[in-house]
Design a protein around this ligand. Structure first.
Ligand SMILES: [Zn+2]
Length: 122
């Protein structure tokens, strides 16, 4: 990849990341479907035919919390959690390109200053 292509790719990553963070809710957690009983007497779940319910597990400061997600919010919350994964992946890609940039910078400074073994004071 040429330097300009590389810069364009990095800009595209950054703008996708910025757009997500500016415009979308981003939620860290794991969604899982569980079988639950509702507690109503005479409900089929009391006979073992349990309801399916969606929960968000998320750990904060070492404690895992379980949050029930009502069916009407499922699609939206799945989107929020998906946004978190996208943000994480994009951030990782931005970091990778910074690493490549670091390698380029090192090569450049080696060419400019062959005595690079002595660190300049900044
Ligand atoms: Zn029930």
């Amino acid at each position: 990849m040429s330097r300009t292509q590389f810069a364009a790719a990095e800009r595209a990553l950054r703008s996708r990341l910025a757009k997500l963070i500016h415009e979308e809710p981003v939620l860290r957690g794991t969604l899982s479907v569980r079988h639950v009983t509702c507690g109503k007497t005479g409900c089929r779940c009391a006979q073992g035919e349990k309801h399916l319910a969606l929960f968000l597990s998320s750990s904060r400061k070492g404690k895992t919390r379980q949050l029930f997600i009502p069916a009407e919010l499922e699609a939206e919350i799945r989107q929020w959690v998906g946004n978190y994964h996208q943000v994480r992946d994009l951030l990782e890609a931005v970091s990778e390109s910074a690493l490549e940039r670091l390698n380029v910078r090192k090569q450049e400074s080696k060419r400019k200053a062959p005595q690079a073994g002595h660190r300049r004071r900044v």
